[in-house]
Design a protein around this ligand. Structure first.
Ligand code: SF4
Length: 259
């Protein structure tokens, strides 16, 4: 049996809507045109992350990584109406990213996009389940103000986030769990969400939390349940507000009407 590959995106997608998981990861349906919020969020993410980690060493890094990012995209494969709008977006995003980097200030960063991969391990018994592999890229690893190694996940959003978000975010637990797979589940790992709020008054919001044994046990239990459901082919449409941002809404609702 092929191992089931899971990541924070796959787990979050399944929890939000199992049908979206099926369309994205089982059927591997890729939208014809990348939605604008998705491409702009990725561009901002890419520029800010690079500047925070390598900005001190490389002059004009923001402009360089911006060029590198956009040259991998063609405007006709995006939802921009024309090439002019596509070019304009590049200028705006570069400016926004530069402003965010300035607002964030200096961090003691070590690495960006650090790759982790590990078979599922029970945090107490140490039992390894080779049929499930958890993997992911941590956005940034730094030393926090208390001198502790910390994992940072960067988010772009249009609204100020809920202050409880860092305590609840499954993605932070996934990264901490993957670090614990190497260093032992006795660790208490600081984790932070760094929100780039793209509002009229752009701002940076930090939300801090930590992850420890009870979080690792809950995550292990959730992953086992989700894996069973995926293997049994349990995919249902969980309709809600999130459908507004779903790249599969056309085929999903067309299917509903046909049925
Ligand atoms: S449109 Fe809504 S119900 Fe359909 S796949 Fe996307 S999130 Fe799920």
């Amino acid at each position: 049996m092929q191992p089931l590959l899971l990541s924070k995106s796959r787990l979050n997608t399944y929890c939000q809507c199992p049908e979206k998981f099926r369309l994205t990861y089982v059927e591997k349906i890729i939208p014809d045109k990348t939605p604008i919020p998705l491409i702009e969020g990725s561009a901002l993410h890419h520029i800010v992350e690079n500047c925070l980690v390598y900005g001190k060493k490389v002059p004009d890094l923001a402009a360089e990584v911006s060029r590198e990012f956009w040259q991998n995209h063609h405007w006709q494969k995006t939802a921009y109406p024309d090439e002019f709008a596509f070019q304009k977006a590049q200028e705006n995003i570069l400016q926004e990213a530069t402003d965010f980097v300035e607002k964030i200030g200096e961090l003691k960063t070590h690495e960006m996009e650090t790759y982790f991969e590990h078979p599922l391990v029970h945090p107490v018994s140490g039992e390894v389940d080779e049929s499930i592999v958890l993997r992911g890229y941590a956005d940034i690893i730094d030393t926090d103000p208390n001198g502790m190694t910390r994992v940072i996940d960067i988010k772009t959003t249009a609204r100020t986030p809920n202050t409880e978000q860092a305590n609840r975010a499954m993605e932070l637990t996934v990264y901490a769990y993957l670090v614990a797979c190497t260093f032992g589940f006795h660790i208490e790992l600081p984790v932070s969400l760094l929100y780039l709020v793209r509002a009229k008054q752009a701002k940076v919001v930090w939300l801090h939390s930590e992850r420890r044994m009870p979080d690792f046990l809950k995550l292990h239990e959730s992953i086992v349940s989700i894996s069973h459901a995926i293997r049994q082919g349990l995919f249902w449409k969980n309709q809600g507000m999130h459908c507004t941002w779903c790249v599969h809404q056309d085929i999903c609702f067309a299917g509903c009407m046909a049925a």
